[in-house]
Design a binder for this molecule. Structure first.
Ligand SMILES: *[C@@H]1O[C@H](CO)[C@@H](O)[C@H](O)[C@H]1NC(C)=O
Ligand SMILES: *[C@@H]1O[C@H](CO)[C@@H](O)[C@H](O)[C@H]1NC(C)=O
Ligand SMILES: [Ca+2]
Length: 327
């Protein structure tokens, strides 16, 4: 069992996502959601919905493709084991061809069911947020295109800056063409050995592609899984088809320290120093791309050339003037 999961962890990095069941691992029922969603009556066992979310027989629509909507789907049962992996099948579609938004978020946080302005959920959260951001609020503030997936770990002291797509508080991220109606789209979020790994399957290949791997991520046990989404002036259908949560092996040395895991203050070594909000240039300098480097080089050369030409003109003018004076 334990070795199967070691094998699984190594294999699954670029494997297919049906391997888990093939190897005999089944989703944790109380943290998962699959069709048919409804139990008896209108409720979904173990899950709550809020906002404009509606349940249909084939998907859970967190927001419809209409302006100014927000919704959420929250697990009622906290996660009591340290390490887990969530496979999320989702679909983001809408009538907009070039303009659509705002996106969806996956949460592992202390306070579920709190509506707010971070993709439909409350800011200053305690835990982890993974944002599937379909709309670029500020193009100049970052070097990536949208849709963009990013992660943020928060101890309830930091705000998510929506106007800058969370650039200053981002732990890691990747671009992903996750908005399509043509095939099924998936994201996997693995928290294992204090490492956060996010993978996607958004090209219809059935294989996981790495989005990012971030070491030194510390998250407590006892938090809640959730999905939220929001629309503003722009809109999209944000749908969830299934959520499969797997319990990963708890290392022996953590077995008798589970109450200590519950005391962890969420933090990530990769984002230990939140970047300055005001100074955009400094915040980006750490990962200045070659493209940007050449752009600045080009700009410098242009400025030098212009300065040279102006200098030359002034020099010639002076020569003329002094010549005139001479005669
Ligand atoms: C919470 O996070 C902020 C920003 O990373 C940090 O400065 C602060 O020390 C943290 N608070 C605690 C109690 O760890
Ligand atoms: C867990 O992480 C530590 C430190 O990053 C590393 O040394 C160790 O090999 C990892 N263990 C497993 C089972 O991946
Ligand atoms: Ca955005």
């Amino acid at each position: 069992m334990i070795c199967a999961i070691c094998l699984l962890l190594i294999k699954s990095v670029h494997g297919t996502h049906t391997e888990y069941e093939d190897l005999g691992f089944y989703p944790q029922k109380e943290h998962s959601l699959m069709r048919p969603y409804q139990g008896t009556g209108m409720t979904i066992p173990n899950w709550d919905i809020i906002g404009h979310t509606i349940v249909s027989s084939n998907f859970i629509r967190i927001t419809p493709d209409q302006q100014s909507r927000h919704g959420g789907l929250w697990n009622k049962v906290p996660i009591t084991f340290p390490y887990w992996e969530v496979h999320l099948e989702f679909k983001i579609t809408g009538h907009g061809k070039d303009l659509f938004g705002d996106g969806m978020a996956f949460w592992y946080v202390k306070h579920p069911m709190q509506p707010g302005n971070v993709f439909g959920s409350a800011d200053f959260f305690w835990g982890l947020g993974i944002f599937l951001d379909t709309y670029a609020n500020q193009n100049g503030a970052h070097a990536h295109t949208h849709p963009y997936i990013s992660a943020m770990v928060n101890n309830a002291t930091m705000a998510y800056d929506h106007d800058r797509d969370g650039t200053h508080t981002e732990l890691a991220g990747c671009e992903a063409k996750l908005r399509t109606a043509e095939h099924d789209t998936y994201i996997a979020i693995r928290y294992y050995n204090d490492t956060l790994t996010v993978m996607t399957d958004v090209d219809g290949s059935g294989e996981w592609t790495d989005c990012f791997i971030s070491n030194g991520v510390y998250l407590p046990t006892g938090l809640y899984l959730g999905i939220t989404a929001a629309t503003g002036d722009l809109s999209d259908n944000h749908d969830i088809i299934s959520i499969k949560t797997y319990r990963l092996e708890t290392p022996i040395h953590l077995m008798d320290k589970l109450d200590q895991r519950a005391m962890i203050i969420p933090h990530a070594l990769g984002s230990a120093h939140p970047r300055d909000h005001i100074d955009d240039d400094h915040s980006a300098s750490g990962r200045m791309s070659w493209l940007r480097f050449f752009f600045y080089l080009f700009l410098t050369i242009i400025v030098l050339v212009i300065a040279g030409v102006i200098g030359l003109l002034i020099y010639q003018k002076r020569q003329e003037v002094s010549r005139k004076r001479f005669y």
